[in-house]
Design a protein around this ligand. Sequence first.
Ligand code: UGY
Ligand code: MN
Length: 247
Amino acid sequence: MPDLFGHTRARIAARHALITPANHVNSSVPGFTGVTSVVLINEAMGAKFAQLLVTFTADGRAAQPASDLQTFGYVMTGGGALTVGKDKAKIAAGGFFYVPAGQSWSLTAPKAGTQLTLFQKKYVPLAGTAAPKAIIGDAAKVKGAPFLGDPAANLQTLLPDEPAFDMAVNLFAYQPGGHLPFVEVHVMEHGLIMLGGAGVYRMEDSWYPVQAGDAIWMAPYCAQWFVAMGKTPASYLYYKDVNRPAI
Ligand code: UGY
Ligand code: MN
């Protein structure tokens, strides 16, 4: 329902942001055709990575050339034919892929309405460590673990926790009432999309009601906390930068 009075839950602050589906405006991004693409987070916001939401028509396709960017993709709904470098696979909802810097990727023959979340970041090499290889996976096959021992907050780590990777992408699922055990303050930056359910996200000194489809940016050191609310579990997919020197 359009809001007649200009209300919004969106907030773009200096060190955190919330964008809801009602705020989305498409922008065309090279290498995508027959899609709507929304750049939810990027350097213009203050972030050091980009987060995109790409929705395909049945005639749509993605064809991204090799560059110094690495890309992580997660299929929110639908699916299609994926190529990463020389690897080819059919990919469906819950499928994910990691494209190292220097490799191309494409998605063709999408089901109408296929939706991808993408995280893109310039790769920062680590001296003495070989760059990561391409990955194509399925979240349903990734074992989760209770976060810091709490079975009400289940964490799945989609990328290997190895020094070669300078980014992590995880899935967090909370039972109703489940919450982050404490207010986190850390050097890592986050990009996040709510996949299901609802809850309250604390960022810095503000508390935001959030629900499926909402996207969030947290700058380094943004104080953060989440509690799942309602009668169904809440889940989100999130990015963070990892494994690089402090200075
Ligand atoms: O990995 C994390 O820092 C995670 N616990 N943060 C978050 O969910 N906001
Ligand atoms: Mn965190």
